[in-house]
Design a protein around this ligand. Structure first.
Ligand SMILES: *[C@@H]1O[C@H](CO)[C@@H](O)[C@H](O)[C@H]1NC(C)=O
Ligand SMILES: *[C@@H]1O[C@H](CO)[C@@H](O)[C@H](O)[C@H]1NC(C)=O
Ligand SMILES: *[C@@H]1O[C@H](CO)[C@@H](O)[C@H](O)[C@H]1NC(C)=O
Ligand SMILES: *[C@@H]1O[C@H](CO)[C@@H](O)[C@H](O)[C@H]1NC(C)=O
Length: 460
């Protein structure tokens, strides 16, 4: 009795906090959609509260910080006892059409160096209820990745079916067909059990899906960003735009994430749930980096082989990361709203948006310290606004910055834009001097506006 009273208080408090959060968070927005969204969210939370109070079987939910006690089966391998830096987690089930799991694992290991692999561990949750399929995959993976398994870098686990909450007779939110609801609800639990297992393995965690291609040295890029952000508050960092791919967490947050996924498992797909996680922990904005480090390759989704072509247009396989040394910006093009010049240059999402540039307009990057450049790549226009590209322009490298003129005094023209793109390598062969300015000059006036989506610079 005392126990159930206590769990009632804990649950009721959590949901009141959730309701308050939803209320205040959404009160700032103000259209009819939001009112509808708020009513819906409150309804969801209330229903969840009611059903949770009835079903006390999920003892683990009482303490959102404690890991859930699940007796995982180790299908292959076991993690090392010492903590690594990054765990890469993915969950996989049988697909009716093509299976990409082996491809994904190959991509993870082949795009990482020996040094990088020393600091990571890959955990695959083979989450099918068909144990024959799990055993078959486990066998194929062990023969292909014997070394990584022996080194404790690859672990295959399975959570027993009897740990799962009901998967029949679920709510039909969004009017999804019953099979779809069952599939996405089970997937939430698959992920919950996966992250719960991974909570203790490393300092950070990145979620992948079982059908992705990785960029070269994605580990080092993630580590660099994490190091830069060591002293700032964040909950989720995104290295891909799509699905549940490339989302990085503090491992210490994983038990809580597991609880969230379980608590709302039948409400919505995991890639919607994950957006609530960072908001509930007061990171309001999405923090996403580019280029994307992971590309979705699966042509068929794992749900009944339905076609799914989603591709991340921000992915670069050879993302030897640009150096983009610290710089300031000078432009004669009028900036639209807050789409500042610096947005085109930073590794955060965002872009420069300028109003109808005319011939001789310029956009200049001025380095804090002169650098030797090996490659410059500039992308203009965007998928949403393909007409806002630089129709005609050229790029030059400058020396002898003059503070008074806010200009370099000597320029070397190194090439022109073609269809809004500029990419030149081996620049050191024609401009072997310390560069202070990189200038984009508009050579023909255009009525369309100009989006500079990204500027990437590599130095030697
Ligand atoms: C976890 O569960 C197992 C079996 O279900 C039980 O034997 C064990 O005592 C539990 N551990 C904790 C810490 O509750
Ligand atoms: C995680 O590690 C801590 C400290 O080493 C330990 O107390 C805790 O029991 C571990 N939890 C699990 C689920 O292994
Ligand atoms: C560039 O600046 C350096 C010193 O800052 C000066 O010696 C040199 O003559 C300048 N070159 C030109 C072309 O102005
Ligand atoms: C910057 O300097 C170059 C070379 O001296 C000159 O051609 C150009 O007009 C200058 N631009 C501005 C905006 O002063």
């Amino acid at each position: 009795m005392r126990c159930s009273l206590r769990s009632f208080v804990i649950l009721a408090t959590s949901f009141l906090l959730l309701l308050l959060f939803i209320h205040f968070h959404m009160a700032r927005e103000d259209d009819a959609m939001v009112v509808e969204k708020r009513r819906w969210a409150q309804e969801v939370a209330m229903q969840e509260l009611r059903s949770e109070l009835n079903a006390q079987s999920f003892q683990g939910l009482q303490n959102a910080l404690a890991p859930i006690n699940i007796s995982y089966q180790y299908l292959v391998g076991a993690p090392l006892l010492r903590k690594s830096y990054l765990t890469i987690g993915l969950s996989s089930v049988k697909r009716t059409k093509k299976n990409y799991l082996l491809y994904t694992l190959t991509s993870i290991f082949s795009q990482s160096s020996e040094e990088e692999l020393k600091e990571m561990v890959v955990v695959v949750h083979l989450a099918d209820f068909d144990m024959d399929w799990n055993a078959h995959m486990a066998k194929e993976i062990s023969s292909k990745f014997a070394l990584q398994i022996a080194l404790g870098r690859l672990v295959l686990i399975h959570a027993p079916q009897d740990m799962y909450p009901p998967l029949e007779g679920l709510k039909r939110n969004y009017n999804d067909p019953e099979e779809r609801v069952k599939f996405r609800s089970k997937q939430n639990v698959d992920y919950a059990f996966l992250v719960n297992f991974c909570a203790n393995l490393s300092t950070y965690y990145v979620m992948l899906e079982d059908d992705v291609q990785c960029a070269k040295s994605f580990f080092t890029v993630i580590k660099k960003v994490l190091t830069e952000r060591e002293n700032s508050y964040w909950v989720t960092l995104e290295f891909s735009k799509l699905g549940y791919i490339g989302k990085v967490y503090h491992s210490s947050d994983l038990p809580r994430l597991a609880h969230l996924l379980l608590l709302f498992y039948q409400e919505m797909p995991c890639d919607w749930l994950l957006t609530y996680f960072h908001k509930l922990l007061t990171q309001n904005d999405v923090i996403r980096f580019r280029p994307s480090l992971f590309q979705h390759i699966g042509f068929y989704s794992s749900f009944k082989g339905t076609a799914n072509h989603l591709q991340d247009d921000g992915f670069e396989e050879e993302s030897s990361m640009p150096d983009n040394p610290p710089a300031n910006f000078v432009t004669s093009i009028a900036t639209f709203e807050n789409h500042y010049a610096s947005h085109a240059y930073s590794n955060m999402e965002g872009y420069f948006w300028g109003i109808s540039p005319v011939a001789t307009d310029y956009f200049t990057i001025v380095f804090n310290v002169a650098v030797r450049i090996t490659r410059v790549k500039v992308e203009t226009g965007s998928k949403e606004r393909p007409t806002d590209y630089l129709q005609s322009g050229q790029l030059s490298l400058g020396q002898n910055w003059s503070k008074t003129d806010k200009n370099c005094t000597r320029y070397l023209h190194i090439g022109s834009f073609s269809n809004g793109h500029f990419d030149k390598k081996e620049i050191e062969k024609l401009a072997n001097f310390p560069v202070e300015c990189v200038k984009i000059t508009v050579t023909t006036s255009q009525t369309e506006w100009l989006i500079i989506r990204s500027i990437n610079i590599w130095t030697s």
